[in-house]
Ligand binder design. Sequence first.
Ligand SMILES: Nc1ncnc2c1ncn2[C@@H]1O[C@H](COP(=O)(O)OP(=O)(O)O)[C@@H](O)[C@H]1O
Ligand SMILES: [Mg+2]
Length: 392
Amino acid sequence: MDAVNNPFEPGAGRQPATLVGRDDSIRQWQTNLSRMEQGRSGRPVVLYGLRGVGKTVLLTRLAKEAEGRSWIVAQLEAGTGKTLREGISEKLQGPLADLVLPNAGRKLLQALKTAVSFFRVSYDAGTGTFSYGVDLTNVAGGGADTGQLEADLNKLVHDIAAAAADQRHGLAILIDEAQDLTPEELRAICVAAHLVSQQGTACLFALAGFPSLPRVLSEAKSYAERLFDFQEIERLGDTPARLALTEPAGLEGVEWEADAIDFVVARTLGYPYFLQQYGQETWNAAEGTALTLPDAKVGAERAQLVLDTGFFRSRWERATPSEKRYLRAMSPDGDGGSSTGDIAGRLNTKATSLGPVRAGLIGKGLIYAPAHGRVAFTVPGMSGFINRQVLD
Ligand SMILES: Nc1ncnc2c1ncn2[C@@H]1O[C@H](COP(=O)(O)OP(=O)(O)O)[C@@H](O)[C@H]1O
Ligand SMILES: [Mg+2]
């Protein structure tokens, strides 16, 4: 099959040709937006799951939905070395600049002034990047630069959402890799999300991250458990997994033979990342007009190799020698996770002495702590990779 037309999209955050199996999440988000447009309360969302299940592409889909309704949208990623304040500032500047018209109303000017103070940038009317080309000298607002993130974020979302509400729109803030936020940042988000829901302010938060995110949030603020709508993003069930293969190919007028679909769905266990990779390689291996079982078998070999040399190995290489020993000691337990006591036993040491190694691996996003005294791989199939390879 012509590689130029290959409709599969393996890769972190790469939007699939068809986003399957996430209709419930999308519908709930639409309901939240509609409710908030009518001045009713909405529920902030947490999408949690392993790497490669499709959190980022779903979050982007939710952001697009809000943008399509002319909401002010900031979608950002934590853990990139920027603070939450910097991330939000960077992503809000563009959308806010788009709103400024010569006859901007009082609430909008106030929101701009508050935003500029939150961004902590000096502005120079007419010339500076953040000037918005309006004079804010005699406008109320501002004051979102006290240094107290909690208070500042509240002020920011309140003023922007109030300005947006005049057009029956709102503000949506979507944060990926949210497990990498600091406890102070997580607390600020909980407090802001809590207050907007009480005040009926049209501001909707969505967070995405590892399966540890619900726990991390409730450790930051105990009421987080009741505040958010926690949605586990899992691998695809049988029917959507099939659609993830057949629909992109169908858009190019190409069919999968039934036994080829069965084979790929079984081999990938329905993990979206793997479905895209296997789909891509099967397509490239195919020489006839349809995708057959022999194509899928050749494709699977190549896909496995691509995943081993890229997806898995790039993670493995991130670990130090002592971290690699730790990961190896986890691998007999498979993807279900290990007890830290068992790992210590296998390494002939005490669990407490492995604390720094464990923390290093969590910091690198290679493992997470599903519960006290347990750790698990963030990537499905990592244990299989470790067991399969002769690794240093
Ligand atoms: N619902 C889905 N349907 C089809 N493919 C998907 C779906 N969700 C994700 N993918 C694919 O899986 C891969 C990983 O998606 P991504 O959003 O980066 O996962 P995560 O953020 O959970 O690590 C991408 O190649 C993407 O195209
Ligand atoms: Mg992601």
